[in-house]
Design a protein around this ligand. Sequence first.
Ligand SMILES: *[C@@H]1O[C@H](CO)[C@@H](O)[C@H](O)[C@H]1NC(C)=O
Ligand SMILES: *[C@@H]1O[C@H](CO)[C@@H](O)[C@H](O)[C@H]1NC(C)=O
Ligand SMILES: *[C@@H]1O[C@H](CO)[C@@H](O)[C@H](O)[C@H]1NC(C)=O
Ligand SMILES: *[C@@H]1O[C@H](CO)[C@@H](O)[C@H](O)[C@H]1NC(C)=O
Ligand SMILES: *[C@@H]1O[C@H](CO)[C@@H](O)[C@H](O)[C@H]1NC(C)=O
Ligand SMILES: *[C@@H]1O[C@H](CO)[C@@H](O)[C@H](O)[C@H]1NC(C)=O
Length: 584
Amino acid sequence: MGLKHALAGLACAAASATAAWSTCRWAPAVNASALLDPGSPELGRVFGLVGEFEAPFVRGVGVSSGLGVTRDGAVLNYTTGTAAQLHDFSAASKEGFHLALAARCIADAAEALGGRPRASAASDPGLQLARKELLRALCGWPSSGSRRRTAQAAGYWVATLGAKLDSFARFNSSFPGFGGYLPWFSVPANNSGSMGLLQGWENRVPALDNGELFWGVVAAGQAARRLAGAASEAPGFESAATEAESLAARLEAVWSAMAATARTLFWGGAESRGAVFAVTTIANVSLPPGQSPVSGSGRLDDPYEGELFTWVLDLLTGLDAAEREDLWLAKRPQLAAVPYRMPSQLAAQGAAAPDTVSVQRGFWFSAHEQMKGLYLPYTDASLVPTSAKVLRACEVARAADSAARRVPGLFASVTDVAAVPPSDLLPPVIPGYISAAGIAALASQPIQRRDVVTPYGAMAMALVAPREAAVWYVHTLAATAMQGPLGSTAACNVNGTEIAPVATWDSKSSTVLGFLGGVGDLTGEALAALPDTGGATKLDRFRAVTEREMQRVFGTTVPGSDLPIALPTAAVPRTEGLRDFVTC
Ligand SMILES: *[C@@H]1O[C@H](CO)[C@@H](O)[C@H](O)[C@H]1NC(C)=O
Ligand SMILES: *[C@@H]1O[C@H](CO)[C@@H](O)[C@H](O)[C@H]1NC(C)=O
Ligand SMILES: *[C@@H]1O[C@H](CO)[C@@H](O)[C@H](O)[C@H]1NC(C)=O
Ligand SMILES: *[C@@H]1O[C@H](CO)[C@@H](O)[C@H](O)[C@H]1NC(C)=O
Ligand SMILES: *[C@@H]1O[C@H](CO)[C@@H](O)[C@H](O)[C@H]1NC(C)=O
Ligand SMILES: *[C@@H]1O[C@H](CO)[C@@H](O)[C@H](O)[C@H]1NC(C)=O
């Protein structure tokens, strides 16, 4: 408790030191050209602001303080932008984000204690420094970063993950049938007690979200290992080393236990030829896995974020060689290339017809689909060059589509926009969630909505072209009421009349994690330490299968993947009915 108070004090001191030039409404004043200029400090300044204003969600309302677990999000007061109502539920995918950001903070603390610095982005030292600025503000590091004070501040993350694991353990002991995986769950309003079952999910559990949770746990475990290692080498940090060591061991035990139940819950069996269930129903969640019948429904065979769970089964559950191959054969029909012709309008930006980009066909081509890149090293060009090219090609097309059509932002599945309430005493009526947002020419499914854009449309771009992603992100934040005391707002419509007055893990932290490069370096490091068959490591297996599957469809050159990323050509208009939050 004392530590948390100390941290809050530090955060205030940092905030007042910068108050002269920063308010929560900072995006309209950002110089986009400078964001793209490797010699300019603008990216670092902007990343620092992103960290500062996303922190009140990531270390505040997005987390149940007593339980250490996430809340899905908050409904915003349409006038003030403050949290009017906290969601009393969450899911495995939000836990994945929280664990991954905690992993980045803990790994950064390890570096501060003298651990090995991260070997990436060496070609852009400004990006490396900007990421440090983001982490300093987001993680709550003291501005004058002595090793001791940074290690103390890291105590917040170690303690929060400890509380989270306590909550997970209570849930597992009440409902062992879930095998350590999480359904959508309830979070008590008073922040005390336990995670509970949520209506509709009392005995059902989804694989996709749990793939994100799984790799988030692995990343956090690896980060805690690094901290334990660095602290044990630094004289005077013995107790930090012991705490980090114990956290690492707990996290590793959790993912090992989850891996041990994965087959029972989510695999269709050898005769199913590679089936992975999208959702599994458990007859009696009070009984351990294997002691109560389960039935799977749907197929998780997408080549997008669902693939994170395929990797759990392939790498960590002891399937034989043929059973592992079947997982990938079952997915092949969904992995397809679509030629995207660069629009001629983009000639001024350096790329235009007749250039053609070889893009991976999307479901809706919503940015959400690319979340696998946040968790496993899919965009590491030195490890999986073809995969990295394909994921960049997708962002070339995503940006070109919006730029050429003068759409003032990027598309991703997101909460719908809500009309401004007639009185500020009335809560907004949120119509629902927009799933089918994307680019029709690049999607296998019909697109229903192209009138709502979201800052997190830049989430996947952040992994492959962080400077251009920052331009798109800030561009959307510059629209009316898209910034508030809780940082970024989820979405706005392109005609500037309405926002989606919510703050959620999906819409907020996905891009922050993207700007930080995801956690693929951490999960990759964990996999490199685990032996697979024939003298190879599990990371070798990841590399071989990822490249094989991508090269089957795209070859090795991936035409168009190195074209410039187009920049915004239109802004969301300001309209009379919508105002900025009065607090900003
Ligand atoms: C914006 O940044 C560019 C590139 O760093 C610089 O040349 C230009 O002067 C800046 N514009 C303003 C208004 O500061
Ligand atoms: C859940 O509880 C069981 C029984 O105590 C234990 O064996 C298992 O390791 C736990 N799973 C997780 C993910 O903690
Ligand atoms: C918190 O709320 C739960 C119900 O959601 C209740 O069971 C529990 O007693 C409450 N705890 C406190 C300390 O008020
Ligand atoms: C589920 O299992 C528990 C523990 O064995 C048992 O007490 C309970 O009656 C079972 N519920 C049903 C609906 O069978
Ligand atoms: C929004 O905030 C204003 C100012 O604090 C307050 O008067 C109003 O009641 C709030 N509205 C809702 C729906 O909470
Ligand atoms: C703005 O877009 C919304 C849908 O997001 C639509 O309902 C509304 O009619 C549009 N308003 C104007 C003035 O175009």
